[in-house]
Design a protein around this ligand. Structure first.
Ligand code: NDP
Length: 330
């Protein structure tokens, strides 16, 4: 649960650590494995979603090393245990405020505790935007997904919907045609925001059709075989107001992602969408000693394996930076 930080900040003596990692998805936990194994005193602030986005997916089939696939939450538990084996410590708090103008860097958590760190690795990830309609939360992971690459395979020969009109929606729809019998794109307007080339590809694909000027109002489902499952969606035409309930095997929500970078504004350089900018081929941000890895700085690949790779890079960058600093080279 998030607390009102303004009222809870009370501690003044910071608890100090060499490396503070913010976020516990594949990027953060891989950074923790490498930092702790390098004998750095390492803490991981698990944040509001311990394990990150993989905890809201079911089976992960494309993470190398797991030939027969693995459940997302289980994979993250393995990452965490591996980090803890080398001495990394998980703190189940969310950092709600930072001060990177001070050194050591200062971090306040939602419990009011003040921490300080010699190096900070930001791995707070990105969150898929949600529609915020009834049933969405309930059936997320049970027929609703925000990642075709992750879950498309489960919808072989089925009829799926993609919500959104940007490049991600087009890309998801095209990818889904490899598996699904039919893909219907639901978009709230007539015009697509997506690039022309993506629109052309989508329009020329015989498996894809469109439901325009339309919004999803509700996700409907049932309990089946001891679990729950999405079965239908209630949609509304925004021009006529007409509503209908459509059978649906799966719905992919592709209305954009949002990097979780709000608390770093004013300190770190970001692009116009709030993704943290890192130096080319490294994880250094504009502030020496602050590093960023995973989806918080990657709007292109967004895969567990690429996040883990950049987490490894961040820990190595941090270790080298701390070492250089110790020898007065920074
Ligand atoms: P965008 O912000 O470009 O598009 C989001 C889409 O979702 C829009 O069509 C928007 O509708 C719709 N939308 C937003 N909120 C809602 C809502 N609450 N209900 C219904 N619909 C909603 O996000 P993308 O993720 O598609 O793309 C992000 C960036 O990444 C873009 O710059 C894109 O070009 C880039 N990208 C590039 C790719 C490539 O080049 N291959 C692949 C994927 C992404 P509306 O248009 O009405 O606002």
């Amino acid at each position: 649960m998030l607390h009102n930080s303004a009222h809870r900040i009370m501690s003044t003596q910071p608890q100090h650590h060499e490396v503070a990692i913010l976020g516990a998805g594949p990027a953060g936990l891989t950074a923790a494995i490498y930092a702790a194994r390098a004998r750095l005193d390492t803490v991981v602030f698990e944040g509001p979603q311990p394990g990150g986005q993989l905890t809201i997916t079911t089976e992960v089939e494309n993470y190398p090393g797991f030939e027969h696939g693995i459940q997302g939450p289980e994979l993250m538990d393995i990452f965490r245990r591996q980090a803890q084996r080398f001495g990394a410590r998980s703190i189940y708090e969310t950092i709600v405020r930072v001060d990177f103008a001070q050194y050591p860097f200062l971090l306040w958590s939602d419990t009011g505790t003040l921490y300080s760190a010699d190096a900070v690795i930001i791995a707070t990830g990105a969150s898929a935007k949600r529609l915020g309609v009834p049933g969405e939360q309930e059936y997320m992971g049970y027929g609703i997904s925000a990642c075709a690459t992750c879950d498309g395979f489960f919808f072989r020969d089925q009829h799926v919907y993609v919500v959104g009109g940007g490049d991600t929606a087009m890309e998801e729809a095209l990818f889904l045609t490899r598996f699904a019998r039919q893909v219907t794109i639901i978009h709230r307007r007539q015009e697509f925001r997506a690039s022309k080339i993506m629109q052309e590809r989508v329009r020329s694909n015989p498996k894809i059709d469109f439901l325009l000027d339309t919004v999803v109002e509700e996700f409907l489902g049932e309990a089946r075989d001891g679990t729950r499952r999405l079965t239908a969606i209630r949609v509304r035409n925004v021009r006529s107001g007409a509503e209908q309930v459509l059978p649906a095997d799966g719905v992919f929500i592709a209305i954009g992602h949002q990097p979780n970078t709000e608390i770093f504004r004013g300190f770190l350089e970001m692009d116009e969408q709030g993704y943290i900018l890192t130096h080319p081929k490294s994880t250094h941000t504009n502030i020496p000693g602050v590093f960023a890895c995973g989806d918080v700085q990657d709007r292109v690949y967004r895969q567990a394996i690429t996040a883990a790779g950049s987490g490894c890079m961040a820990a190595i960058d941090a270790e080298r930076w701390l070492e250089a600093r110790r020898h007065g080279k920074d």
